[in-house]
Each structure stands twice: as C-alpha cells, then as structure tokens.
Design a protein around this ligand. Structure first.
Ligand SMILES: *[C@@H]1O[C@H](CO)[C@@H](O)[C@H](O)[C@H]1NC(C)=O
Ligand SMILES: *[C@@H]1O[C@H](CO)[C@@H](O)[C@H](O)[C@H]1NC(C)=O
Length: 151
C-alpha cells in the first residue's frame, strides 16, 4: 500500500503534460509508431491551450520501423481538403530535434520548443506532425493533435 501512495505523485508529474493525439489515416504502426505526445503547457488534458507570445514545447516518442540516415519533418494545419504548412515551422531537417540516423525498432524522442507567434489565428485547431525518411517519404511517422491558441 505504501508503494501505491508514493507512486501516485510521481506519475502526476511525469504525465502532467500528456496530450491526446490520433494517428494519421494513411500511416501505419508497421512503418512508424508514435507512442506518446507531450505538450507543455497542457493542463486541460483533452486539448492543450497555448498562449500567444509564450514559450511552448512539444515532444513526442516514436518507434521507426525503418532505418534512415536523415529525417525530415513538417508541421501542418490539418484540414479535410488540404493540409496547410505551418509557416513558422516549414519542412526542416529533423536531425536538429531528434537523433540521426534512426534504426528500425529503436524508440526515439523528438523535441521542439518555440515561442507561439502573435500572428497566429486564435481558436481551436488540429495540427498534423509528420516525420519521414529524407530518402523515402513513404517511411513516415505522423500524428494529429488538437490545440487551442489563445491570446
Ligand atoms: C536496419 O538495419 C539493420 C542493421 O543494418 C538491419 O539488420 C535491419 O534489417 C534493417 N531493418 C530494416 C527494416 O531495414
Ligand atoms: C544528411 O544530412 C546532412 C546534413 O544536412 C548532410 O550533410 C548529409 O549529406 C545527409 N546525408 C544523406 C545520406 O542524405
């Protein structure tokens, strides 16, 4: 019983910024599995409320099922018709945010910190994060998460 009471506060800290996410329809866990997404601050649980002008950090864990020397990443405003690239974080060399090269089956962490620009529209949006082998865009990790941008 004692162990139980000690563990609870530890878990509360470790998982305080866990964000809900969904897998992208056209990607498969056989190619890349995203296991956890953490957004800070993210106190509301269901979706994260990010305040413009303030710092935020986004981390996710993924297990690529492919080997790749280099990785490329991109962030998009998800939309039914067409995803719109996120201007403040265009297609980039992902090796700056996670270890390269990747080896199949090894879990890695991707970490990105930024200041939320005041120019972004207020409201609730779904963002899509993609990460792929620089040599082969079919080798892709992808998830979607809902975020609220607030003044
Ligand atoms: C990844 O590379 C390792 C070591 O070279 C190899 O054994 C493995 O079969 C490769 N896996 C894939 C999915 O290409
Ligand atoms: C990987 O990226 C580095 C740095 O951008 C570049 O110098 C290198 O040529 C790339 N390697 C491959 C195999 O694309």
């Amino acid at each position: 019983m004692k162990i139980f009471f000690i563990l609870v506060p530890l878990f509360a800290v470790a998982f305080g910024d866990l964000a809900k996410f969904t897998k992208c329809p056209r990607t498969s866990d056989d190619i890349c599995e995203v296991t956890e997404v953490r957004i800070n601050p993210c106190k509301e649980g269901r979706y994260c409320r990010l305040v413009k002008g303030e710092e935020t950090s986004i981390e996710f864990d993924f297990i690529p099922k492919f080997n790749a020397t280099n990785l490329t990443t991109g962030l998009y405003w998800a939309s039914v018709r067409r995803d719109v690239p996120f201007r403040d974080f265009p297609e980039s060399d992902a090796c700056a945010y996670t270890g390269c090269p990747t080896s199949a089956g090894t879990k890695q962490q991707f970490t990105y910190s930024t200041r939320i620009s005041e120019n972004l529209p207020t409201g609730r949006w779904t963002f899509k994060w993609q990460l792929w082998s620089a040599d082969d865009k079919t080798k892709m990790c992808c998830f979607k998460t809902e975020v609220s941008l607030a003044v």
